[in-house]
Design a protein around this ligand. Structure first.
Ligand code: BGC
Length: 279
């Protein structure tokens, strides 16, 4: 007897991204690293972009190759137009095309407003917002040039913007970062509206507090972690793999009708946990 799993294509898509080609920016550490590995495990060939940290990037490549797919590391600053164009050119040379872009690279340069320099402001906006614009533009050009390849995916292409709960939660002392992620929301929604008619799905994943180097001070002592957990109804700090799994499924045909959405992966951080007892 054929089980439901065998008889319905939607339930037998593992590995979910077989034959697809993905580019993950900022893929040598944290969420980007776990995501690159997750996409490789799901059957995709992966470009591991990094800007500093060649050795970590090479290790990620090795791990991905262990799944029997192709991978290479490529150094490029996502806020530099020429470097982004060069990175996509190399990807097309080596893999032929792109199916999935994960615009993940991001950073923080925290300061109170009155202490924040214009360099700190620009750096965060350049990497977190302009970087996503540049990568999305290059990916979209290729999706439009190539068109649909039905044996690979129902969509012409998929773009996933790495956002944050701070696309909607204001964050005192981090105005550059919060403004960049608020910008990512409108970038994503506008691109989803613009590219949807061409069969391109644009969405965002918005992580909450994930155990990575970017926020080490928020979880690396028991006191800090206890404070952080008060902001998380599910009472667990997230792991990079929580985000990798969400990105993998969102990029796959299982989510083919999901367009212009933000998937919050935050243990409930956006549920106003202060109101559990206050208000
Ligand atoms: C920030 C982290 C922070 C988390 C929750 C993320 O976007 O990069 O530093 O812990 O949001 O506030």
């Amino acid at each position: 007897m054929t089980s439901r799993v065998d008889s319905d294509r939607r339930f037998v898509s593992l590995p979910l991204l077989r034959g697809q080609r993905a580019l993950v920016t900022g893929a040598n550490s944290g969420i980007g690293k776990a995501t690159a590995i997750g996409l490789g495990r799901a059957g995709a060939d992966v470009v591991v972009n990094y800007v500093v940290g060649r050795e970590e990037a090479d290790e990620v490549v090795k791990e991905i190759e262990g799944f029997g797919v192709r991978a290479f590391a490529h150094e490029a600053d996502v806020s530099d137009e020429g470097q982004v164009v060069g990175m996509f050119a190399r990807m097309f040379e080596e893999f032929g095309t792109i199916d999935v872009l994960v615009a993940n690279a991001g950073l923080q340069r925290d300061a109170a407003l009155t202490e924040m320099t214009v360099e700190q402001w620009h750096k965060v906006l350049d990497v977190n917002l302009t970087g996503q614009f540049l990568c999305a533009r290059e990916a979209a050009k290729e999706f439009l040039r190539r068109g649909i390849v039905p044996e690979v995916s129902r969509a012409v292409g998929k773009i996933i913007c790495m956002s944050s709960v701070h696309q909607i939660i204001p964050w005192s002392g981090h105005v550059n970062y919060a403004a960049s992620k608020g910008g990512v929301l409108m970038l994503m929604q506008t691109l989803a509206q613009e590219l949807g008619p061409h069969g391109i799905r644009v969405n965002a994943v918005a992580p909450g507090a994930i155990r990575t180097p970017i926020n080490r001070s928020a979880w690396d002592t028991p006191e800090a972690e206890a404070d952080l957990l008060k902001l998380i109804p599910y009472r667990r700090v997230g792991d990079p793999e929580d985000i990798a799994d969400a990105v993998t499924v969102l990029a796959s045909d299982l989510m083919d009708y999901v367009v212009g959405t933000t998937l919050f992966v935050d243990g409930g951080m956006t549920l106003f946990p202060g109101f559990a007892t206050g208000g």
